[in-house]
Design a protein around this ligand. Structure first.
Ligand code: GMT
Length: 377
């Protein structure tokens, strides 16, 4: 099969959609395809020099006439240039708004028939798709794509219910880099964070947005902490951070909750963790669950969105109702106080990543779509 030239459009920052776009590009480049990232900055983990990966920066000047610099148009212009200059075979767009719209405009600007795949990641549908000002825009982006994929079955169904596209949506699950996320030796990290050897460690990793319900994580931890010696490690940065720091203090938990900020050593942080909490009110997939599972950390998550497609209740973790912090504490204690059960869950978590979310199988599923889209135009 000939190797393809693929333009990738994504948010280059640390959010889950950017991580998936980056990991997929790296895997496709390993398979010999030429990957062209067209983004505002070099995505995290995309190396400066790689024989099969190029970065095309989208630049925009803040002219005085613009209240808001039109990034979407600058992006379309750059995509159009790259389509022509690099003779791309297809575009893979991650996140519908504005990327799918910019891709459609770019195609028109370049006078090209290039195929477009749009991967929906969650909030582009579950939040933006509910906004009357953006619903039709999301729909337009999907309709203008040759193929649309969703990262979970739940997101696929939400997209049909909220957006009602005529286009078929295919579910392709997320995956993680199994070479990076695996049980590693954390060295002295536990001690360095001021956690005693005998203390249990609960971890939550997110962008600290309100949908993540970090308040529920803290309230659950408070109940857990009454029964076992434990620390809660909160990893990430975002809008709710200060409020959550204040909440920890108000609850007299500031010595037991460690706010680490953004960290690059996630496998090590996961290696010192006994249990992950993801208690979101919206979550299309929950990539962080896979990262934890791959490192042998079971999870308790809400029975929301795509989380039940990742957490198998009673096998690699537990599912609870949104806001049911008592249930979180009960399930957490049943794992933390029963080492043999905890061990079984750890093994099951590792197997979930190897079997259901195997990166090679998922990359091959995307590659199949790449060939279909490249050849159908
Ligand atoms: O809120 C986030 O978690 C970031 C967001 C993003 O756009 O990067 O994540 C979404 O995409 C991830 C990768 O597909 C999914 O794992 C997350 O579940 C999804 N977030 C939500 O649906 C809230």
């Amino acid at each position: 099969m000939r190797k393809l030239k693929v333009g990738v459009i994504c948010y280059p920052t640390l959010g889950g959609s950017g991580v998936v776009a980056t990991e997929l590009g790296l895997k496709m480049a390993e398979r010999g395809h030429e990957m062209h990232y067209i983004t505002s900055s070099r995505p995290f983990r995309i190396p400066d020099v790689h024989p099969n990966i190029q970065f095309h920066e989208v630049k925009i000047d803040g002219y005085a006439v613009f209240k808001y610099p039109p990034y979407d148009i600058a992006l379309a212009n750059r995509i159009a240039q790259v389509i022509v200059e690099e003779k791309l075979d297809l575009l893979h767009v991650h996140y519908a708004v504005p990327h799918a719209i910019s891709a459609a405009l770019a195609k028109d600007m370049a006078g090209s028939t290039i195929g477009v795949i749009t991967t929906l990641h969650g909030t582009d549908v579950t939040i933006l798709g509910q906004d009357p000002a953006l619903r039709n825009t999301v729909r337009y982006g999907i309709e203008k794509s040759n193929c649309a994929t969703a990262v979970s079955e739940s997101l696929r169904q939400d997209t049909i219910a909220l957006i009602d596209p005529t286009k078929e949506i295919k579910t392709i699950y997320n995956f993680i880099d199994e070479e990076r996320y695996r049980p590693v030796n954390p060295g002295t990290l536990k001690q360095d964070l001021g956690i005693r050897e005998e203390e249990k460690v609960l971890i939550h990793i997110s962008n600290f947005r309100s949908v993540k319900r970090i308040g529920d994580v803290i309230d659950s931890f408070k109940l857990i902490r009454q029964q076992v010696e434990a620390k809660l490690v909160l990893v990430g940065i975002g809008p709710e951070q200060e409020e959550m720091m204040a909440k920890a203090k108000e609850n007299g938990l500031d010595a037991d909750i460690i706010f680490t900020g953004k960290r690059d050593d996630l496998p090590e942080l996961l290696a010192i963790s006994d249990l992950m909490l993801l208690l979101s009110e919206k979550e299309a997939f929950g990539l962080v669950l896979l990262e934890g599972f791959a490192c042998g950390v079971p999870a308790i998550g809400t029975n929301i969105g795509g989380i039940p497609e990742v957490i198998e209740d009673g096998v690699n973790g537990y599912l609870v109702k949104l806001g049911d912090i008592k249930a979180v504490a009960e399930k957490a204690l049943s794992l933390l106080q029963e080492p043999s059960v905890h061990k079984q869950f750890q093994q099951a978590a590792i197997h979930t990543v190897r079997d259901k979310f195997n990166s090679e199988a998922i990359v091959i599923a995307y590659e199949k779509i790449y060939y279909e889209v490249a050849e159908c135009v």
